[in-house]
Design a protein around this ligand. Structure first.
Ligand code: SF4
Ligand code: SF4
Length: 123
């Protein structure tokens, strides 16, 4: 029978030994909520790009925001919270709802409703 391992023999955990390795991990695989981008409401402020902890907002060659990188977006919702457009350009939906073909239309309706509610609270 082999000798049981001591704590010094166990692999180290909870350490990030290699900087900039987030790209290698598909954090989108365990997402339960999905952000939906509504391009027509977007003012290209790039707040979402700045705040996203997973660099999951794509930017095109002209420096303009593109759609989400759903392989790496973990659905935290920070981008939707920080998005400053009057009618939100990012709406969070459940992963199941957000993956359906009508998700964008539903997100647009939700964004308009949220803007109306915000206005009513201010009045
Ligand atoms: S939901 Fe979170 S991880 Fe996904 S794009 Fe927005 S800020 Fe990034
Ligand atoms: S924060 Fe909102 S308005 Fe600004 S670039 Fe992102 S989606 Fe567009």
């Amino acid at each position: 029978m082999s000798k049981p391992k001591g704590w010094k023999d166990l692999p180290e955990g909870g350490l990030i030994k290699e900087a900039g390795n987030a790209e290698k991990y598909d954090t989108g695989a365990w997402r339960s909520d999905r952000p939906i981008w509504i391009k027509e409401n977007c003012i290209q402020c790039m707040f979402c790009w700045v705040f996203c902890p997973d660099a999951a907002i794509t930017v095109d060659e002209n420096g303009e925001r593109g759609d989400f990188d759903y392989l790496h977006c973990k659905g935290c919702g920070i981008c939707a919270l920080e998005c400053p457009s009057k009618v939100k350009s990012i709406v969070m939906m459940s992963e199941a709802e957000g993956a359906k073909p009508d998700a964008l239309e539903k997100a647009k309706a939700k964004a308009v409703k949220m803007a109306g509610e915000k206005k009513a609270v201010k009045a």
